[in-house]
Design a binder for this molecule. Structure first.
Ligand SMILES: Cc1cc2nc3c(=O)[nH]c(=O)nc-3n(C[C@H](O)[C@H](O)[C@H](O)COP(=O)(O)OP(=O)(O)OC[C@H]3O[C@@H](n4cnc5c(N)ncnc54)[C@H](O)[C@@H]3O)c2cc1C
Length: 411
């Protein structure tokens, strides 16, 4: 295991988190883990210290940054695919790498955007992506995991072994129960997709939001179209596991406006064609799920607050396979939602809180654990709903001394 301390050669080059907001938080020790024994050793060295686990380093709440001991898992990034399509993926692997390797086996996973997002952080909090309405969350494809517990014990969990831990790893959010070192997934055959994109500058936002929220969450599972509003234009992007003609027909049920379609792309190629954002500058985001559409007054109030550069409202379609799993079957409690609305802006922009509060009037009160929000009052209900009590019992069983802790960690 390579370690770095402030002032030692390599410390300044050690990987920083993706979110610029947390780049100045400097660990007293960075442990670059390349194996399970490295993780065990790093946990021993961190005894009595604050601790953070880092996969892809994208956490919006800075939970993979610390002034104590940082376990950087980026070296644990091997990916192996068995003949039956089961993929064993090291916890340090990133999505771009995962899609590329699975592609060579004709397989893929319903996972997120952003090629450097970590597979572990994404899966442990759920995992929403363009194939999710057809195949579910990334964590719905998790078949097992290897975890190093606080005391250094290494356990394998799945439906039969440590089933409560396995349940909790599927959607409660990362960094809560142990250090996951490898994830085992039931992959899906990689589909050919049609890429969907549009950018409209002349569209009335109110009509567009109404049309989108009435159509996108109920559209066939094979098509996902998400909507982002910026100051002067609307962007729509998505994917269909259908041919161009069928995709165009379905889009006509939503709007007569033009879309650019590109058919015949294996899913990993489609992902490469989207210039996914990688947080080039500091941003703050607050979000909520919606089990019903925005009412006309709420939608009008939301849009009247909106405007100005660097603000965005991003609507992500849910429904489909996401909602065909009972809310208590995995730790991910949000199985009856129609969409996710994200308010994104500069870190000190008060519009984010105003806009969130306006939309909250119609929201379900539920928040995606992978979009953590330090401003939430009742975060336990927002992230975990009716699953919180069972999660608290799992936390007590697997991390009674709270070695893995942060302000909104399960208690
Ligand atoms: C640019 C960008 C694009 C995104 N796109 C999507 C998207 O398309 N779909 C979606 O659902 N989400 C998306 N997200 C949100 C993303 O899912 C979360 O930020 C996720 O937690 C990132 O995981 P990470 O490993 O990259 O981050 P990290 O900051 O490394 O980890 C996130 C959390 O998980 C913990 N963790 C990480 N690895 C482990 C491990 N091995 N064992 C235990 N705990 C661990 C960390 O301690 C931290 O609490 C995006 C975020 C960004 C910034």
């Amino acid at each position: 295991m390579q370690t770095f301390t402030p002032g030692s050669p390599g410390y300044d080059a050690a990987r920083r988190p993706v979110n610029p907001t947390y780049r100045d938080i400097r660990p007293r020790l960075v442990a670059m883990c390349r194996s399970v024994p490295d993780v065990v050793e790093a946990l021993v060295r961190a005894t009595g210290d604050r601790l953070a686990i880092r996969g892809g380093g994208h956490c919006f709440a800075g939970r993979s940054s610390t002034d104590g001991v940082l376990l950087d898992l980026s070296g644990l990034d091997t990916i192996a695919v068995a003949a039956d399509g089961t993929a064993t993926i090291g916890a340090g692997a990133r999505l771009g790498q995962v899609y590329a390797v699975l592609h060579t086996h004709g397989r893929t996973l319903p996972a997120g955007c952003g090629p450097t997002v970590g597979i572990a952080g994404l899966t442990l909090g759920g995992g929403i992506g363009l194939l999710g309405r057809r195949y579910g969350l990334t964590c719905d494809r998790l078949a097992g995991a290897q975890v190093v517990l606080a005391g250094g014990a290494v356990v394998d969990c799945d439906q039969d072994r440590h089933p409560d831990l396995f349940w909790a790893l599927r959607g409660a959010g990362g960094g809560q129960f142990g250090v996951v070192t490898a994830l085992r997934f039931a992959t899906v055959p990689e589909p050919l997709t049609t890429r969907i994109e549009a950018r409209w500058t002349d569209v009335p936002f109110g009509e567009l939001v109404d049309a989108w929220q009435a159509w996108a969450p109920d559209a066939p599972d094979e098509i996902t179209v998400n909507l982002t509003l910026e100051s002067r234009h609307a962007t729509l992007f998505g994917a269909a596991t259908l041919g161009e003609g069928h995709t165009r027909e379905l889009l006509r049920e939503f709007t007569d406006r033009p879309f650019a379609l590109r058919a015949g792309l294996p899913y990993h190629r489609l992902k490469q064609t989207f210039a996914d954002e990688e947080l080039p500058h500091a941003q703050r985001t607050r979000s909520e799920f919606f089990a019903h559409g925005l009412s006309a007054p709420t939608r009008a109030a939301l849009l009247s607050e909106f405007g100005g550069t660097s603000r965005r409202l991003a609507f992500t379609a849910m429904g489909g396979a996401y909602n065909r799993i009972p809310g208590d079957a995995t730790a991910f409690a949000h199985r009856g939602e129609r969409f996710l609305l994200d308010h994104i802006g500069d870190p000190d922009d008060p519009w984010i809180d105003r806009s969130w509060a306006v939309a909250h009037a119609d929201g379900s009160g539920r928040v995606y654990p992978n979009f953590p929000d330090p401003a939430l009052d009742d975060w336990a209900t927002a992230y975990h709903g009716g699953n919180h009590r069972r999660l608290a019992a799992v936390k007590q069983a697997y991390d009674p001394d709270r070695r893995f802790d942060f302000p909104q960690a399960i208690r």
